[in-house]
Design a protein around this ligand. Structure first.
Ligand code: HEM
Length: 144
């Protein structure tokens, strides 16, 4: 999901969609803005309509946060006071921080420093999520 979200971010950056609708949580005065399907055929909007692309990147962030939150709650319940549970809390904190940086980037109309920080933050989130997932598999086999 982090990887999908990064791809959606690339669409936002590529279309300069971060320079339009610089408000949060509302976009164009609404939680779900109008004119999301102005282009034909309708599926083109997902890739080429800046409004739709920005909106999907926002939704993706909410979905990612919700998934990481559920994972954190499940980990804290199933294996409290373990390294894995503590890391799930850190992962949730990182995703929240990344979303906050994204919002600031948007509201300030993409100053280069914030844009780069948001890109770098995405790599930290992805790297940490992968390392955290590897923890499920257990130790590497030890040499005999
Ligand atoms: C929480 C998970 C998020 C991740 C992992 C993420 C990831 C990314 C990445 C990797 C890019 C840059 C892509 C590129 O330059 O090729 C990007 C761009 C952007 N994101 Fe996010 N993002 C997240 C949340 C958000 C949120 C919540 C907002 C605002 C509501 C936001 C606003 C933006 C904007 C405005 C850009 C374009 C910046 C530019 O034009 O350089 N992001 N995102």
């Amino acid at each position: 999901m982090a990887l999908v979200q990064i791809y959606l971010g690339a669409l936002v950056a590529g279309l300069d969609a971060g320079l339009s609708y610089n408000t949060w949580p509302l976009m164009d005065g609404a939680l779900v803005p109008g004119d999301l399907f102005v282009q034909q055929p309708f599926w083109l909007n997902i890739f080429e309509n800046p409004k739709m692309v920005q909106f999907i990147h926002r939704l993706g962030a909410y979905v990612l946060m919700a998934m990481v939150l559920m994972h954190m709650i499940a980990s804290l319940r199933a294996a409290p006071e373990t390294t894995h549970a503590r890391r799930s809390v850190l992962l949730f904190a990182l995703v929240c921080l990344q979303a906050l940086i994204g919002i600031v980037t948007l509201v300030l109309q993409v100053p280069i420093g914030w844009g780069v920080l948001h890109q770098g933050g995405a790599l930290v989130v992805l790297a940490f999520a992968i390392a955290h997932w590897r923890g499920f598999v257990g130790e590497y086999p030890r040499p005999e």
